[in-house]
Ligand binder design. Structure first.
Ligand code: C2E
Ligand code: MG
Ligand code: MG
Length: 744
């Protein structure tokens, strides 16, 4: 048989892949054979016999050694290149060949080259154990080795060498996969994971990472809309991470990745490959800028790699979703409060180059009215519209979050985040479903100083925001440390007030109200008093706002009302049956859904005529939330209770509301009464009285301290007065005495 016959034989057993591989390897083509023999003739005979042999496209290259020592010397240098050793057993010593085999396996750790032992005499055949131990492929006596037998033996050995080589390569590859997959499993971010995949693939197939790109269908994570996004990449593609695939402007890649995701299978082209990855619906495609030149072994490795990391890919996606739940707002998909705090904390990291001078909290005024009035759905749509508007108006230099139900947070540079800029964004009404809603906002801002913790900055901005909400002139406020001192003080006061109220230390005093014409006492205003530890009193002007702020006013107000009605009842029982009592009411009380019913019940339970109870509300309160107040007042009024507007003239009343309200009395604010001086005209007081008369309302002058003020108000046509000139507020006992001694 000639060598070509052998080749044909081989071809019969080769499948197509082998053929491909054969062609691939043709270029790198030679099998290195080391002939070790002390007989020069054997060398030339061997060369001659095998010179025409070509296996898998590769011919043989011969290397020669004439002793065991020489062979070892060669092997030490170039052993890893050798495919087959034709090794004589007896050379400088009886077992020189065996020594070479032993040393080469044990000491030089050359495991892959195949060994064919040859010996002159059958008597020198090695033990079977030696053949096993040194991994010797074949043992032949020299006479046995005819040319054709030599060819057969060599081919068998070369094939076995090739297999061992492949297996070892795969093993190394698998070791790498196991290592890299383990690395990747520790990665918790999708981006980090996918970049890891790109890197590992490059190292597995020895490719420049710049040619690898990992993309996935968009519906899975942050991005709601469908589309394919770049998840991981290196080199030129790196800048496209998190961008849509189309943005890389490479039609070929876009098409092939899309196709791979559609067909859900790997695609191998001439100069590219796209590998498909899927675990429980978490899909991704890995584009590799290398095609048929990726060897079969590498291809198989890639597939093993991808199937082993796709579980990791699923995990990292699930993890991401969990994280989303914890750090994303479900409605707007913006970061939530937790994440906002993290973002603020991250600003302190030295490697952060985000330009941030300022943070802002934007609160939507009266959002609860929209929710209550138009329904939650409309409320949600409005919030989404606001979040979209904010994202459109600010670029990536501004970070944003939804901090609370109707509060959005911004972090950015001075140039971007200024109250007038934010106001301008909210100037145009928002579309929420079928509604077009104008939105008013309040803004709290804090300048960022180094090393303030996120939670603290947020707290400070909240303080500024609350400040801004209280301001009548301005819808924004910058945080200042004094505010915080005040806050600490306020919190202390609120705590004290709560416990003193619980301990029944609060008192209700009464200030008489006089008919200007007859000078008879017609009623009294109930005024809260909070005794301090020094025997004095904390002014209601100070603590009532705190009680309002903390919501305590609801309970306190209820108690004042009850107390006032009870005391009025006592006075009636004493014969003062014409008197009325005026009770001040705050906004939070109106917001309490039980308020109207409570007032009516108190009137009923205490047994006073409803007409003898008057509720005082301030103008600004009406202006604040007109819908709520107007409804409640109409209800109360219909049960006979009287309504007065307190501090009239200070709250920028709108005439249209004034006409809608079911009023009985206007209280001219003390400031305007105070303006009254002999010989001068008090314009505002006059206007208010005239207005009251036009609207058919009674008027009462507050804070009358001097006779001329009373006389002037009487001349204007004002009906009643209240002030130090007649009596200061006093405890109930003193009021009884006052009433019994009072003479007009
Ligand atoms: P207001 O309702 O306008 O009460 C009238 C205030 O003017 C009272 O101050 C009264 O003591 C004071 N005043 C009366 N006559 C004169 C006068 O001739 N000269 C001067 N300089 N002041 C006079 P007060 O008692 O300190 O109450 C302050 C504010 O606290 C009240 O203003 C009212 O807005 C609020 N307030 C008092 N009690 C309650 C309450 O039970 N509930 C609520 N929500 N607010 C209350
Ligand atoms: Mg009042
Ligand atoms: Mg008043």
């Amino acid at each position: 048989m000639c060598p070509t016959d052998y080749e044909n034989d081989e071809l019969i057993f080769m499948d197509e892949e082998d053929q491909e591989q054969e062609q691939n390897e043709a270029a790198s083509g030679t099998w290195n054979v080391l002939v070790v023999d002390d007989d020069e003739e054997i060398h030339s005979v061997t060369r001659l016999a095998l010179s025409d042999l070509v296996l898998n496209g590769k011919s043989l290259t011969f290397h020669h050694a004439y002793s065991g020592a020489e062979a070892l010397e060669f092997l030490t240098e170039r052993g890893h290149e050798i495919a087959v050793l034709l090794l004589d057993v007896v050379m400088e010593s009886d077992d020189a060949g065996l020594q070479v085999a032993k040393k080469m396996r044990d000491e030089l750790h050359l495991e892959e080259p195949r060994i064919i032992l040859r010996t002159g005499q059958p008597g020198y055949a090695p033990e079977e154990s030696v053949i096993k131990e040194y991994d010797i492929n074949d043992y032949k006596t020299k006479t046995e080795l005819t040319r054709s037998k030599l060819v057969t033996t060599i081919i068998a050995s070369l094939r076995s060498y090739q297999q061992i080589l492949t297996i070892n390569q795969s093993r190394k590859g698998l070791e790498k996969i196991i290592g890299s997959a383990a690395n990747l499993l520790e990665e918790h971010s999708v981006k980090g994971f996918c970049e890891g995949v790109v890197e590992q693939i490059s190292s597995l197939i020895g490719l420049d990472a710049g040619g690898v790109l990992c993309a996935r269908a968009g519906s899975v994570l942050d991005k709601e809309e469908d589309g394919v996004y770049v998840l991981g990449a290196a080199g030129d593609f790196a800048s496209y991470i998190n961008e849509r695939l189309e943005s890389i402007h490479n039609d070929k890649i876009v098409m092939q990745v899309t196709q791979c995701l559609q067909k859900k299978e790997h695609i191998f082209g001439d100069d590219y490959s796209v590998l498909y990855m899927d675990s429980s619906g978490y899909e991704a495609a890995v584009f590799i800028q290398a095609g048929n030149d990726i060897s079969e072994v590498d291809r198989q490795l890639l597939e093993v790699f991808l199937s082993s990391v796709s579980v990791g890919y699923e995990n990292v996606n699930l993890f991401h979703q969990l994280r989303n739940a914890a750090f994303r707002d479900w409605l707007t998909k913006l970061p939530n409060r937790n994440e906002f705090i993290n973002m603020l904390d991250d600003l302190n990291r030295t490697d952060n180059d985000f330009d941030a001078d300022i943070i802002a909290l934007i609160d939507i005024n009266h959002f609860s009215d929209i929710n209550d009035g138009l329904g939650q759905e409309a409320g949600n749509k409005l919030l989404i519209a606001v979040s979209e508007r904010l994202q459109n108006q600010f670029d990536e230099r501004v970070m944003m979050a939804r901090i609370g139900a109707d509060v959005f947070g911004l972090i950015g540079a001075d140039a971007d985040i200024a109250p007038d800029k934010i106001d301008a964004i909210f100037n145009v009404p928002f579309k929420a479903g079928d509604h077009t809603l104008p939105v008013n906002i309040t803004i709290g801002l804090t300048r960022l100083l180094e090393s303030a913790s996120g939670i603290n900055v947020l707290k400070q901005t909240n303080i500024a925001l609350n400040r801004a909400k209280k301001s009548l002139t301005c819808n924004y406020e910058y945080y200042a440390p004094e505010m915080e001192e005040k806050t600490t003080w306020r919190l202390g006061m609120i705590r004290q007030l709560r416990s003193d109220f619980a301990d029944r230390r609060l008192e209700v005093w009464f200030q008489p109200q006089i008919d200007l014409m007859t000078e008879e006492v017609v009623g009294m205003e109930a005024l809260l008093r909070w005794p301090n530890r020094e025997g004095g009193y904390i002014s209601p002007a100070v603590f009532v706002p705190l009680a309002e702020y903390s919501g305590l006013i609801i309970d306190i107000g209820e108690w004042v009302l009850e107390e006032s009605c009870l005391k009025l009842k006592q006075l009636q029982d004493l014969g003062h049956d014409k008197l009325r009592v005026a009770v001040n009411i705050s906004m939070p009380q109106f917001r309490d859904p039980l308020f109207v019913a409570n007032v009516k019940n108190t009137v009923k339970d205490t047994g006073i005529p409803a007409a003898n109870l008057e509720l005082e509300i301030t103008e600004s309160l009406v202006m604040d939330e007109p819908q709520i107040v107007v409804e409640a007042l109409k209800d109360l009024k219909s049960s006979g209770i009287q309504i007065a507007i307190d501090d009239f003239g200070t709250g920028f009343s709108s005439m249209s509301y004034l006409q809608q309200l079911p009023l009985d009395r206007l209280k001219v604010d003390r400031a305007f009464v105070n303006e009254i001086e002999p010989g001068k005209q008090a314009f505002i007081a006059e206007t208010i009285v005239t207005l009251g008369q036009k609207l058919g309302l009674k008027t009462i002058a507050e804070g009358v301290e001097k006779k001329e003020q009373a006389a002037y108000m009487l001349k204007l046509g004002c009906d009643e007065a209240q002030g130090y000139m007649y009596a200061k507020p006093m405890p109930f006992d003193e009021l009884i005495t006052f009433l019994s001694e009072y003479k007009p």
